[in-house]
Ligand binder design. Sequence first.
Ligand code: AMP
Ligand code: ZN
Length: 115
Amino acid sequence: MDDCIFCKIIKGEIPSEKLYEDELMIIIKDIAPKAKIHFLAIPKKHFKYFSDMTEQDAVMLGRCIKKVGTLAPSLGLEGGFRFVVNQGDDAIQTVPHLHMHLLGGQKLAETDFNK
Ligand code: AMP
Ligand code: ZN
């Protein structure tokens, strides 16, 4: 998507603080952190909703999630983390490229579940 900010970050057209990259996804620091640690795990494939996914995408996203779990301790999230995906207007999804918020580095409140 030409005008998608996350596609531009993935292509290196917009700078980001990148912590991890493989053939399927990048993990970057959120520009406006809502917790002591706030990362975004962004699949390289552009799509907005879970409902847009093909079966192949489901395998790809599963691999990304598994990798997030493997990497979490080395990213400072050894104490645990909250995993949030905002979908659509009611969830206030602001970037139309599916991404996973990883929040942690502190004891989160029960209500800190949006982002
Ligand atoms: P969402 O509201 O779930 O779509 O989340 C979008 C997230 O992207 C927000 O937490 C923003 O702070 C974050 N964000 C927007 N632009 C950038 C950027 N250029 N670099 C890093 N994070 C960004
Ligand atoms: Zn995109």
